[in-house]
Structure formats: C-alpha cells, structure tokens
Design a protein around this ligand. Structure first.
Ligand SMILES: Nc1nc2c(ncn2[C@@H]2O[C@H](COP(=O)(O)OP(=O)(O)OP(=O)(O)O)[C@@H](O)[C@H]2O)c(=O)[nH]1
Ligand SMILES: [Mg+2]
Length: 337
C-alpha cells in the first residue's frame, strides 16, 4: 500500500550564481588586450508545480535539502556562463506551502499546473570586462556570484474535495463513497478500516456536472486528544463546501453521536461547524419494519435535514445525490446553437 503523507518539512535552496571571469584578450599584434571576462550564469531556482498525477507528498524526504543547480563560470572572450538548471518539484493540487519558521502561508496550490518559484537563484557575478572604464582599462577582478536563496518550508496537503463524509467508525462512509463514485475504498465490518482519506468523483447529469467527495477515517470521542486516529486528517475536510454526517441508523443515540462529532470537529477548527450539512442515516435495510425509518427521521428532524438510506442496498441514493447537488453550483446549461 502506498503511504499517504500529507505533511513534510523540507529545505529548498536555489543555485549559487556562477563567478564572473577574469580574462584579458589575447590577439596577434595587440600588445595589451583589454579585459574580456564574461559574466557568471544565474543560479537555478526551485519551482513548485501542482500536478494532478501526484496525490501525496510521500516522495519528499523529511528535512532533505532540494537544490537548484549553480550557474556556470563566466569565460574569456566575453562569454557568459550558462544559467544553472531550475529544480522543479511536483506537488498535489491542494498543497499549501508554509514558511517553516514563521508559519506564514506562502502559497496555496488551488488548481493544476500552477507554478510558484519558492527560491530564486543567485545572480551571476560580473566578469572583469564589465568593470572597464575610460580611466580604468585593465581591471583584474570579477564578482564571485551571489548565493541562491534558501528557505525552510512545510508542505501541507489539504484535499480539495467539495463534500466531506464524517462519521463514527463503521457507519458505512466508505461503502457510500464506493456506491456513488468510482472510488474503491476498503470496506470492512470493523472500526478504523479507513486509515487515510479517499477521494471519489460524483458524476451527474450525463457527466456534465461533477463534484468530489472525501471519505475520511472514523472519529470517536476524544479524537481531539489523540484517541483513535486523532484528528489531523480533518485538514482534508477543512475546505469542503458541505459536510455529510453519516450515522448507522440503528445506533443507540444518534443525537449524542452528532453532538460528539460536532464537538470533536469544533476542537479541530470551529469553522467546520458553520459549513452547510446533511444528516444521513445509513443501514436502514437492517430494519424489517420500515415504519421505523420515518419514526427515527421524525424524532431527529430538529438536527437538520435528514435522508435515510441503505448504502449497501443502494436505497434512496438518488434522493441523497439530488440533495448534495444543492450544495454546489451547477454549470450553466449552454443551449446548442
Ligand atoms: N446492512 C448494511 N450494512 C452496511 C451498509 N453500509 C455499510 N455497511 C457495512 O458496515 C460495515 C462498515 O462499512 P464501512 O463502509 O467500512 O464503514 P466506514 O464508516 O467507512 O468505517 P471506518 O473506515 O472504519 O470509519 C461494513 O461491514 C459494511 O458492509 C448498509 O447500508 N447496510
Ligand atoms: Mg471507511
């Protein structure tokens, strides 16, 4: 199984500028050739680029230094040194780049193929030809080239899903994701089957309208204190437009479960409580008497909008999806000309 690394500290270091050359022209019949030392090349930058094919930060080695190449030396005959090659580092869409020292957000990769130069290469040094003046004909010195910038950064991946599914372990979150998207997350009858977030794409209206859904690990009471899998994965639902609170409809006290989930979410980030949400009661197939479903739904109606489903038996999924559609802006219908 591939790792799912969503946070890493690294150092980025741009290339040193190449030194300028000290050189004097040597020509036949010219007794004193003038200075012709070329400038050094610029150091290579380090550029971060978002790429849809990259899904995690697991290729980054913690604390490793990622460097751009140094610029080449300048040469005689006024030849400039070659610029150092840039280093391009690919990151997943949704990666945020922080200054590791100040914790300031430097850049947020919100779309694919976004490029950001994180450190610039040093300027190449001027060769001695540059320093020649009317009164100073033979400078025998050149600049050494500047050092490239260095930064300690923290890369932090926050998935850009439209809707997040939150619930206790075993509620059926992954089952739901597997039924309404093409994703195939692991499903099993024990707690903490899901260890890292899963993403799936919902395709609506003949694929003219799509949105992404994130299934995250189950949350238990005390998760904010590190119980279960903790709460760090909640960063992946920080940016969703809406939350599905998914419950096992047969659980003893859904209202209590809901309060617990909201408490844990609030401990992580209070803003999560202000997101629009939908309450979904799953596993209604377990009841033989379906009258139970409407009874429970009615009893809990003060908690918000409720939809009762069976993810496994695919009951009421269309009703659920059309409610989810309302959280998102559909693209306008362009009339055929
Ligand atoms: N009867 C019934 N069982 C279901 C339904 N949905 C899921 N299950 C079962 O419930 C168990 C847990 O399902 P998962 O989808 O793995 O649950 P989860 O919420 O992702 O669990 P964690 O990843 O551990 O948090 C599995 O045995 C599923 O087959 C349903 O609608 N009806
Ligand atoms: Mg799961």
């Amino acid at each position: 199984m591939s790792k799912f690394i969503d946070e890493v500290f690294i150092q980025v270091k741009a290339g040193h500028g190449g030194p300028g050359a000290i050189s004097m022209r040597k020509e036949k019949f010219v007794e004193f050739g003038g200075p012709d030392g070329g400038d050094g090349g610029k150091g290579g930058a380090v550029i971060l680029k978002s790429d849809l094919a990259v899904q995690t930060l697991d290729k980054y080695i913690p604390l490793k230094v990622y460097s751009g190449h140094a610029g080449n030396h300048g040469e005689g005959r006024n030849k400039s040194g070659k610029n150092g090659e840039d280093l391009e580092l690919k990151v997943p869409v949704g990666t945020q780049v922080y200054d590791a020292e100040t914790n300031e957000l430097i850049h947020d990769f919100l779309s694919e193929d976004d490029e950001f130069t994180i450190v610039r290469g040093g300027r190449g040094g001027k060769g001695n030809a540059y320093f020649k003046t009317a009164t100073f004909q033979t400078p025998r010195f050149a600049q050494p080239g500047e050092e490239g910038e260095t930064k300690n950064i923290r890369l932090c991946l926050k998935l850009l899903a439209d809707i997040g599914i939150v619930g206790l372990p075993n509620a059926g979150k992954s089952t739901l994701l597997s039924k309404i998207t093409e994703a195939h997350p692991k499903v099993a009858g024990y707690a903490f089957t899901t260890l890292t977030p899963n993403l799936g794409v919902v395709r609506r209206d003949n694929d003219t309208f799509r949105y992404t859904l994130a299934d995250i690990p189950g949350i238990i009471e005390g998760a904010s204190k590190g119980h279960g899998l903790g709460l760090s994965f909640l960063r992946h639902i920080e940016r969703v437009k809406a939350i599905i609170y998914l419950f096992d409809a047969t659980s003893i006290d859904i209202e209590e479960d809901f309060k617990m989930l909201q408490n844990e979410l609030a401990t992580y980030n209070k803003a999560l409580l202000y997101k629009p949400y939908l309450i979904v009661l799953n596993k209604i197939d377990i009841w033989e008497d379906q009258g139970f479903t409407s009874e429970v739904t009615k009893k809990l109606s003060h908690m918000g909008k409720i939809i009762a489903i069976s993810a496994e038996k695919e009951t009421n999924l269309e009703e659920l999806l059309s409610s989810l559609d309302e959280f998102l802006v559909k693209p306008p219908i362009i009339p055929a000309s």
